[in-house]
Write a protein that binds this ligand. Structure first.
Ligand code: NAP
Length: 325
Protein backbone atom coordinates (compact mmCIF):
# COMPACT_ATOMS: atom_id res chain seq x y z
CA UNK A 1 0.00 0.00 0.00
CA UNK A 2 1.23 3.49 -0.73
CA UNK A 3 0.17 6.25 1.62
CA UNK A 4 0.50 10.03 1.44
CA UNK A 5 -0.69 10.86 4.95
CA UNK A 6 1.82 10.39 7.78
CA UNK A 7 0.43 8.55 10.75
CA UNK A 8 1.84 9.53 14.13
CA UNK A 9 3.55 6.70 15.98
CA UNK A 10 3.01 6.78 19.76
CA UNK A 11 6.26 5.36 21.20
CA UNK A 12 5.30 5.97 24.84
CA UNK A 13 2.26 5.40 27.09
CA UNK A 14 -0.14 2.56 27.70
CA UNK A 15 -1.35 2.21 24.08
CA UNK A 16 2.27 1.78 22.93
CA UNK A 17 2.90 -0.77 25.69
CA UNK A 18 -0.22 -2.80 24.80
CA UNK A 19 0.59 -2.65 21.09
CA UNK A 20 4.19 -3.71 21.73
CA UNK A 21 3.13 -6.71 23.88
CA UNK A 22 0.83 -7.81 21.07
CA UNK A 23 3.56 -7.35 18.43
CA UNK A 24 6.13 -9.30 20.45
CA UNK A 25 3.68 -12.18 20.77
CA UNK A 26 2.92 -11.99 17.01
CA UNK A 27 6.64 -11.98 16.28
CA UNK A 28 7.37 -15.10 18.30
CA UNK A 29 4.29 -17.04 17.08
CA UNK A 30 4.94 -16.52 13.35
CA UNK A 31 7.31 -19.47 12.75
CA UNK A 32 5.06 -21.99 14.46
CA UNK A 33 1.91 -20.66 12.69
CA UNK A 34 3.69 -20.78 9.33
CA UNK A 35 4.50 -24.45 9.83
CA UNK A 36 0.88 -25.14 10.90
CA UNK A 37 -0.46 -23.73 7.59
CA UNK A 38 -3.90 -22.92 9.07
CA UNK A 39 -5.87 -19.68 9.29
CA UNK A 40 -6.11 -18.48 12.93
CA UNK A 41 -7.65 -15.60 14.89
CA UNK A 42 -6.20 -13.98 18.01
CA UNK A 43 -7.45 -11.69 20.78
CA UNK A 44 -5.22 -9.50 22.96
CA UNK A 45 -4.18 -11.14 26.23
CA UNK A 46 -2.90 -9.24 29.27
CA UNK A 47 -0.37 -11.96 30.17
CA UNK A 48 0.72 -13.58 26.90
CA UNK A 49 0.13 -10.66 24.51
CA UNK A 50 -2.14 -12.80 22.29
CA UNK A 51 -4.49 -15.76 22.79
CA UNK A 52 -6.25 -17.84 20.18
CA UNK A 53 -9.86 -16.96 19.52
CA UNK A 54 -12.32 -19.70 18.57
CA UNK A 55 -13.95 -17.50 15.92
CA UNK A 56 -14.69 -14.01 14.56
CA UNK A 57 -15.53 -12.16 17.78
CA UNK A 58 -15.44 -8.51 18.78
CA UNK A 59 -12.19 -8.95 20.75
CA UNK A 60 -10.20 -10.33 17.77
CA UNK A 61 -7.19 -8.06 17.08
CA UNK A 62 -5.07 -10.10 14.63
CA UNK A 63 -5.54 -12.85 12.06
CA UNK A 64 -2.85 -15.20 10.69
CA UNK A 65 -3.24 -16.09 7.02
CA UNK A 66 -1.07 -18.96 5.71
CA UNK A 67 1.21 -17.85 2.89
CA UNK A 68 1.12 -14.14 3.75
CA UNK A 69 1.17 -13.77 7.55
CA UNK A 70 -0.44 -11.35 9.98
CA UNK A 71 -3.40 -9.07 9.29
CA UNK A 72 -4.60 -6.42 11.73
CA UNK A 73 -8.26 -6.44 12.76
CA UNK A 74 -7.89 -3.30 14.87
CA UNK A 75 -10.20 -0.44 13.91
CA UNK A 76 -8.58 2.77 12.64
CA UNK A 77 -9.55 4.64 15.81
CA UNK A 78 -7.87 2.10 18.12
CA UNK A 79 -4.85 3.84 19.76
CA UNK A 80 -2.71 0.73 19.00
CA UNK A 81 -3.55 0.81 15.27
CA UNK A 82 -0.54 2.72 13.89
CA UNK A 83 2.16 1.00 15.92
CA UNK A 84 0.75 -2.40 15.00
CA UNK A 85 0.41 -1.30 11.35
CA UNK A 86 4.08 -0.23 11.20
CA UNK A 87 5.61 -3.43 12.62
CA UNK A 88 3.16 -6.17 11.58
CA UNK A 89 4.79 -6.86 8.16
CA UNK A 90 8.07 -7.57 9.97
CA UNK A 91 6.33 -9.91 12.45
CA UNK A 92 5.03 -11.91 9.46
CA UNK A 93 8.52 -12.87 8.23
CA UNK A 94 9.55 -16.49 8.84
CA UNK A 95 12.24 -18.85 7.52
CA UNK A 96 9.85 -19.65 4.65
CA UNK A 97 9.50 -15.89 3.92
CA UNK A 98 12.66 -14.23 5.30
CA UNK A 99 12.94 -10.44 5.34
CA UNK A 100 15.89 -8.07 5.30
CA UNK A 101 15.27 -4.45 6.26
CA UNK A 102 17.67 -1.52 5.94
CA UNK A 103 17.33 1.62 8.08
CA UNK A 104 19.07 4.99 8.11
CA UNK A 105 18.36 8.18 10.02
CA UNK A 106 19.38 11.00 7.70
CA UNK A 107 19.37 14.79 7.50
CA UNK A 108 17.20 16.76 5.09
CA UNK A 109 20.24 16.96 2.81
CA UNK A 110 20.98 13.22 2.81
CA UNK A 111 23.74 12.70 5.41
CA UNK A 112 23.89 10.30 8.37
CA UNK A 113 26.86 11.86 10.17
CA UNK A 114 29.29 14.77 9.97
CA UNK A 115 32.63 14.23 8.16
CA UNK A 116 34.23 13.24 11.49
CA UNK A 117 31.59 10.50 11.94
CA UNK A 118 29.54 12.30 14.63
CA UNK A 119 25.99 10.94 14.31
CA UNK A 120 24.63 11.06 17.86
CA UNK A 121 21.96 11.83 17.19
CA UNK A 122 20.68 12.78 13.75
CA UNK A 123 17.13 11.68 14.53
CA UNK A 124 15.15 12.18 17.73
CA UNK A 125 14.41 9.86 20.64
CA UNK A 126 11.24 8.38 19.07
CA UNK A 127 13.26 7.14 16.10
CA UNK A 128 15.91 5.74 18.44
CA UNK A 129 13.15 3.75 20.17
CA UNK A 130 11.98 2.62 16.72
CA UNK A 131 15.49 1.30 16.00
CA UNK A 132 15.44 -0.64 19.27
CA UNK A 133 11.99 -2.06 18.38
CA UNK A 134 13.39 -3.14 15.00
CA UNK A 135 16.30 -4.87 16.77
CA UNK A 136 13.87 -6.65 19.13
CA UNK A 137 11.81 -8.01 16.20
CA UNK A 138 14.94 -9.10 14.30
CA UNK A 139 17.03 -12.24 14.62
CA UNK A 140 20.21 -10.44 13.55
CA UNK A 141 21.37 -6.81 13.30
CA UNK A 142 24.16 -5.96 10.85
CA UNK A 143 26.42 -2.91 11.08
CA UNK A 144 29.41 -1.93 8.97
CA UNK A 145 32.94 -1.49 10.25
CA UNK A 146 32.73 2.29 9.88
CA UNK A 147 29.81 2.36 12.34
CA UNK A 148 31.66 0.25 14.90
CA UNK A 149 34.74 2.48 14.51
CA UNK A 150 32.74 5.71 14.92
CA UNK A 151 30.08 4.74 17.50
CA UNK A 152 31.33 1.64 19.36
CA UNK A 153 27.65 0.52 19.54
CA UNK A 154 26.21 -2.15 21.86
CA UNK A 155 23.37 -3.11 19.46
CA UNK A 156 21.07 -4.23 22.29
CA UNK A 157 17.38 -3.52 22.96
CA UNK A 158 17.93 -1.60 26.18
CA UNK A 159 15.23 1.03 25.39
CA UNK A 160 12.38 -1.48 24.85
CA UNK A 161 11.32 -4.84 26.30
CA UNK A 162 12.38 -7.64 23.99
CA UNK A 163 15.27 -9.92 23.07
CA UNK A 164 18.51 -8.53 21.67
CA UNK A 165 19.42 -9.93 18.23
CA UNK A 166 22.61 -11.61 17.10
CA UNK A 167 25.06 -8.74 16.52
CA UNK A 168 26.80 -8.98 13.16
CA UNK A 169 29.79 -6.84 12.24
CA UNK A 170 30.29 -6.68 8.46
CA UNK A 171 33.99 -6.01 7.90
CA UNK A 172 35.18 -7.94 4.80
CA UNK A 173 38.55 -6.17 4.81
CA UNK A 174 39.17 -6.75 8.57
CA UNK A 175 39.71 -3.09 9.25
CA UNK A 176 38.66 -3.07 12.91
CA UNK A 177 40.88 -3.39 15.94
CA UNK A 178 39.79 -5.54 18.89
CA UNK A 179 38.88 -3.02 21.61
CA UNK A 180 35.25 -2.33 20.58
CA UNK A 181 32.33 -3.31 22.84
CA UNK A 182 30.84 -5.86 20.42
CA UNK A 183 34.08 -7.83 20.80
CA UNK A 184 34.47 -7.40 24.55
CA UNK A 185 31.15 -6.79 26.37
CA UNK A 186 29.75 -10.37 26.27
CA UNK A 187 26.18 -9.01 26.70
CA UNK A 188 25.01 -11.20 23.81
CA UNK A 189 26.31 -13.19 20.86
CA UNK A 190 28.31 -11.40 18.17
CA UNK A 191 29.47 -12.57 14.74
CA UNK A 192 32.40 -10.91 13.01
CA UNK A 193 32.11 -11.36 9.23
CA UNK A 194 35.41 -10.94 7.43
CA UNK A 195 37.21 -12.11 4.30
CA UNK A 196 38.99 -15.47 4.23
CA UNK A 197 42.28 -13.80 3.28
CA UNK A 198 42.28 -11.96 6.63
CA UNK A 199 41.71 -14.94 8.93
CA UNK A 200 44.65 -16.96 10.26
CA UNK A 201 44.42 -20.78 10.16
CA UNK A 202 42.60 -22.00 13.30
CA UNK A 203 41.44 -18.51 14.27
CA UNK A 204 37.79 -18.72 15.45
CA UNK A 205 37.12 -15.68 17.67
CA UNK A 206 37.97 -12.04 18.19
CA UNK A 207 37.41 -11.58 21.89
CA UNK A 208 33.89 -12.90 22.51
CA UNK A 209 32.79 -12.53 18.86
CA UNK A 210 32.79 -15.61 16.64
CA UNK A 211 34.48 -15.17 13.27
CA UNK A 212 32.43 -16.04 10.15
CA UNK A 213 34.49 -16.26 7.00
CA UNK A 214 33.31 -15.08 3.59
CA UNK A 215 35.16 -15.48 0.30
CA UNK A 216 36.42 -12.57 -1.75
CA UNK A 217 34.19 -11.02 -4.38
CA UNK A 218 32.65 -7.65 -4.99
CA UNK A 219 30.89 -6.00 -2.06
CA UNK A 220 27.46 -7.23 -3.28
CA UNK A 221 28.75 -10.84 -3.28
CA UNK A 222 30.12 -10.33 0.21
CA UNK A 223 26.75 -9.01 1.41
CA UNK A 224 24.91 -11.93 -0.27
CA UNK A 225 27.26 -14.44 1.36
CA UNK A 226 26.64 -12.79 4.74
CA UNK A 227 22.87 -13.05 4.30
CA UNK A 228 23.10 -16.73 3.24
CA UNK A 229 25.26 -17.41 6.26
CA UNK A 230 22.66 -15.80 8.57
CA UNK A 231 19.75 -17.66 6.94
CA UNK A 232 21.78 -20.86 7.45
CA UNK A 233 21.91 -20.03 11.17
CA UNK A 234 18.09 -19.66 11.30
CA UNK A 235 17.98 -15.85 11.13
CA UNK A 236 14.79 -15.05 9.18
CA UNK A 237 14.62 -11.32 10.00
CA UNK A 238 17.78 -9.36 9.37
CA UNK A 239 18.05 -5.67 10.21
CA UNK A 240 20.80 -3.73 8.40
CA UNK A 241 21.23 -0.74 10.71
CA UNK A 242 23.99 1.19 9.01
CA UNK A 243 26.01 2.94 8.05
CA UNK A 244 25.35 4.36 4.61
CA UNK A 245 28.00 2.28 2.80
CA UNK A 246 26.67 -0.97 4.27
CA UNK A 247 22.95 -0.26 3.68
CA UNK A 248 23.79 0.91 0.12
CA UNK A 249 25.76 -2.32 -0.52
CA UNK A 250 22.79 -4.48 0.50
CA UNK A 251 20.39 -2.28 -1.48
CA UNK A 252 22.52 -2.25 -4.65
CA UNK A 253 22.80 -6.06 -4.49
CA UNK A 254 18.96 -6.32 -4.28
CA UNK A 255 19.14 -7.98 -0.87
CA UNK A 256 16.73 -5.65 0.95
CA UNK A 257 12.99 -6.28 1.10
CA UNK A 258 12.27 -3.01 2.90
CA UNK A 259 14.16 0.25 3.27
CA UNK A 260 13.30 2.58 6.13
CA UNK A 261 14.61 6.13 5.89
CA UNK A 262 13.92 8.46 8.81
CA UNK A 263 14.36 12.08 7.77
CA UNK A 264 15.24 14.57 10.49
CA UNK A 265 14.79 18.33 10.15
CA UNK A 266 18.52 19.11 10.27
CA UNK A 267 20.98 20.24 7.59
CA UNK A 268 24.40 18.61 7.99
CA UNK A 269 25.82 20.17 4.83
CA UNK A 270 28.47 17.54 4.13
CA UNK A 271 29.67 14.34 5.74
CA UNK A 272 28.94 10.58 5.70
CA UNK A 273 26.37 9.96 2.99
CA UNK A 274 23.11 8.01 3.42
CA UNK A 275 22.20 5.92 0.33
CA UNK A 276 24.63 6.09 -2.60
CA UNK A 277 24.04 3.84 -5.62
CA UNK A 278 25.53 3.54 -9.12
CA UNK A 279 24.32 6.55 -11.14
CA UNK A 280 21.43 6.23 -13.61
CA UNK A 281 21.30 8.32 -16.76
CA UNK A 282 17.53 8.43 -16.98
CA UNK A 283 15.27 9.33 -14.09
CA UNK A 284 12.71 6.82 -15.34
CA UNK A 285 15.19 4.01 -14.57
CA UNK A 286 15.42 5.04 -10.91
CA UNK A 287 13.50 2.98 -8.38
CA UNK A 288 10.23 4.33 -7.02
CA UNK A 289 9.14 1.79 -4.43
CA UNK A 290 5.79 1.64 -2.74
CA UNK A 291 5.96 3.38 0.63
CA UNK A 292 4.19 4.22 3.87
CA UNK A 293 4.87 7.37 5.89
CA UNK A 294 4.98 7.60 9.68
CA UNK A 295 5.60 10.60 11.90
CA UNK A 296 8.09 9.92 14.73
CA UNK A 297 8.37 12.95 16.98
CA UNK A 298 9.99 15.59 14.77
CA UNK A 299 11.14 13.03 12.17
CA UNK A 300 9.33 11.45 9.23
CA UNK A 301 9.89 7.76 8.47
CA UNK A 302 9.50 6.45 4.92
CA UNK A 303 8.94 2.68 5.09
CA UNK A 304 9.55 1.46 1.52
CA UNK A 305 8.57 -1.95 0.20
CA UNK A 306 11.27 -2.50 -2.40
CA UNK A 307 9.71 -5.39 -4.28
CA UNK A 308 6.53 -3.40 -4.96
CA UNK A 309 6.72 -0.45 -7.35
CA UNK A 310 4.83 2.72 -6.49
CA UNK A 311 3.09 2.69 -9.88
CA UNK A 312 1.71 -0.78 -9.09
CA UNK A 313 -0.47 0.71 -6.34
CA UNK A 314 -3.12 3.39 -6.27
CA UNK A 315 -1.57 6.78 -7.04
CA UNK A 316 -2.70 9.96 -5.27
CA UNK A 317 -4.78 12.32 -7.40
CA UNK A 318 -2.52 14.75 -9.34
CA UNK A 319 -2.15 18.07 -7.57
CA UNK A 320 -3.33 16.69 -4.24
CA UNK A 321 -1.46 18.19 -1.31
CA UNK A 322 -1.83 16.44 2.03
CA UNK A 323 -0.92 18.10 5.28
CA UNK A 324 0.93 15.35 7.06
CA UNK A 325 1.57 16.83 10.47
N1 NAP B 1 22.20 7.97 11.20
C1 NAP B 1 22.20 6.66 11.11
O1 NAP B 1 21.17 6.02 10.87
C2 NAP B 1 23.48 5.93 11.27
C3 NAP B 1 23.46 4.53 11.44
C4 NAP B 1 24.68 3.86 11.54
C5 NAP B 1 25.86 4.56 11.48
N2 NAP B 1 25.84 5.92 11.36
C6 NAP B 1 27.08 6.68 11.21
O2 NAP B 1 27.54 6.38 9.92
C7 NAP B 1 28.97 6.39 9.89
C8 NAP B 1 29.44 5.06 9.36
O3 NAP B 1 28.82 4.80 8.14
P1 NAP B 1 29.67 4.55 6.84
O4 NAP B 1 28.72 4.54 5.69
O5 NAP B 1 30.79 5.50 6.80
O6 NAP B 1 30.31 3.10 7.10
P2 NAP B 1 29.67 1.67 7.41
O7 NAP B 1 28.63 1.34 6.42
O8 NAP B 1 29.31 1.58 8.84
O9 NAP B 1 30.96 0.74 7.23
C9 NAP B 1 31.56 0.50 5.99
C10 NAP B 1 32.55 1.55 5.64
O10 NAP B 1 33.40 1.86 6.75
C11 NAP B 1 34.75 1.91 6.32
N3 NAP B 1 35.63 1.53 7.42
C12 NAP B 1 36.07 0.31 7.74
N4 NAP B 1 36.84 0.34 8.84
C13 NAP B 1 36.90 1.61 9.20
C14 NAP B 1 37.56 2.28 10.25
N5 NAP B 1 38.32 1.63 11.14
N6 NAP B 1 37.40 3.61 10.35
C15 NAP B 1 36.64 4.26 9.48
N7 NAP B 1 35.98 3.68 8.45
C16 NAP B 1 36.14 2.37 8.32
C17 NAP B 1 34.78 0.88 5.22
O11 NAP B 1 35.91 1.09 4.41
P3 NAP B 1 36.57 -0.13 3.64
O12 NAP B 1 35.53 -0.63 2.69
O13 NAP B 1 37.74 0.50 3.00
O14 NAP B 1 36.94 -1.15 4.66
C18 NAP B 1 33.47 1.14 4.51
O15 NAP B 1 33.57 2.21 3.61
C19 NAP B 1 29.41 6.64 11.31
O16 NAP B 1 29.74 7.99 11.43
C20 NAP B 1 28.19 6.30 12.15
O17 NAP B 1 28.18 7.08 13.31
C21 NAP B 1 24.68 6.62 11.24
Amino acid sequence: MSSQAAASIPQHGSAAEFAWALLRAASSLAGQLDRGKAFALFAADAGEGLRRSPGERADVVLAWRPGSGWESRLPLEDPRFELVNLYLPICSATMARPMTIGHLGQSLDGFIATPSGDSQFVTGSDNIIHVHRMRALSDAVIVGAGTVAADDPQLTTRHVPGPSPLRVIFDPGRRLTTEFRVFTDRVGPALYVCGRAHVAPGETHIGAAKIAVIDGGDSGDEAAQTLRLLHGRGCARVFVEGGGVTVSTFLEANLLDRLQIAIAPVLIGNGRAAIRLAPQTRLQDCRRPSYRVFRMGGDVLFDCELNVRADAVEAPAPGTVHRII
